[in-house]
Ligand binder design. Structure first.
Ligand code: HEC
Length: 107
């Protein structure tokens, strides 16, 4: 019985550690991009983490990501075509802060 309880505690501690490490999508991202993007998995478009890796090491990453997200189109992911500003009317300020968020993901 004791053993069962301690393994249950260990399992829930692991779950907590896992969710604390995962980066959450900012609210604007959920509202404007969440239909097609998630932080860590493909949805309709590539994950924000994969996009971050594509631009890793580029000092202009955030502005290039913002330019892509503003114009939309095809970026070589072969997942279709993104509408300008995601097609969901994100403002330039939202695109800018989300692009900085994406650029920072891969460290
Ligand atoms: C209707 C679906 C949809 C929405 C909404 C959407 N995207 Fe996309 N996005 C895509 C698809 C599809 C691609 C991949 C296109 C391709 O295959 O090259 C993509 C690719 C991207 C890329 C990759 C650019 C590159 O240079 O590789 C960025 C950055 C991006 N999206 C940002 C955003 C942001 C920020 C938002 C919210 C403001 C957003 N997207 C909303 C569908 C969407």
């Amino acid at each position: 019985m004791n053993h069962l309880i301690s393994s249950m505690i260990a399992a829930s501690a692991l779950t907590l550690a896992g969710s604390a490490m995962a980066v959450d999508m900012p609210a604007d991202g959920k509202a404007k991009c969440g239909a097609c993007h998630a932080v860590d998995k493909k949805v309709v478009g590539p994950s924000f983490m994969d996009i971050s890796k594509k631009y890793k090491g580029d000092k202009d990453a955030a502005s290039k990501i913002a330019a892509s997200a503003t114009k939309g189109g095809k970026f070589g992911w072969k997942m279709g075509e993104m509408l300008p500003k995601g097609g969901m009317g994100a403002t330039d300020a939202q695109i800018k802060s989300l692009s900085e968020f994406i650029a920072g993901l891969a460290g």
